[in-house]
Design a protein around this ligand. Structure first.
Ligand code: IYR
Length: 222
């Protein structure tokens, strides 16, 4: 057991009430411009942007501060091609009978299918892994806590950072995606969480005509 050590909170910034509301609204407007994009340009993206956004994701809160995430950044065309082949194989099974009718009906408005060309077109695929437990030096296991929540929050920050930097993203979840461990050489204590596709949208990119629920529907104040 280690003793807690404290330092002064010297990073907090406070704003006037007016500025707070303005900033919140400005952020909301910016966030609302994010769309999940499935059509990508092959234009290269500076690696520094990806690095900064992953650093930002790494600031996420996590259970016991164990930071149970790992990000594998894939730009190698051969690796992207292998991922596409494996993902499309799973997706074919999903769309051609594996998925319940109700699930396929729910996806109808998105126009998705088993073809995933973006896995090769987009300059970067970020495979996000959730560390189910940590491995001690002696080979023993050390438990992680709230892994799904922690990795979900980190992923949200990553998506927001990439959007803020001017890139589009797609949260892609071929299921199952254990093939990512094999292709990317990740250990058994890491579970693939999702595959984040990022890059510039294709010039003629289109998105589904769908909307977000209004505040009244998603929040209750009491
Ligand atoms: N993984 C499939 C199916 C899919 C599932 C959900 I839930 C979505 O919101 C979108 C797609 C695919 O990527 O096509």
């Amino acid at each position: 057991m280690s003793e807690p050590r404290f330092i002064p909170l010297d990073t907090h910034v406070e704003y006037s009430t007016r500025d707070m509301v303005r900033r919140a609204a400005a952020f909301r407007k910016r966030a609302a411009r994010r769309r999940t994009v499935r059509e990508y340009s092959d234009r290269p993206v500076p690696r520094a942007v990806i690095e900064e956004c992953i650093r930002a994701a790494g600031t996420a809160p996590s259970g016991a501060n164990h930071q149970p995430w790992h990000f594998v950044v894939v730009s190698d065309p051969e690796v992207k091609a292998r991922i596409r082949v494996a993902a499309e194989e799973e997706e074919r099974a999903f769309y051609r009978g594996g998925a319940p009718r109700e699930w396929l009906d729910a996806l109808a408005a998105l126009g998705t299918d088993e073809n995933k060309p973006f896995l090769e077109t987009a300059p970067y695929l970020i495979a996000i892994f959730a560390e189910r437990y940590m491995l001690r030096e002696d080979g023993g296991k050390l438990k992680n806590y709230y892994v799904q929540e922690s990795v979900g929050i980190a992923t949200g920050i990553l998506i927001t950072g990439l959007h803020h930097a001017g890139l589009a993203t797609l949260t892609h979840t071929p299921s199952p995606m254990n093939f990512l461990n094999e292709i990317l050489g990740r250990p058994a204590n890491e579970r693939p969480f999702l595959l984040l596709v990022t890059g510039y949208p294709a010039e003629d990119a289109r998105v589904p005509a769908i909307t977000k629920k209004p505040l009244e529907e998603i929040a209750t104040f009491r």
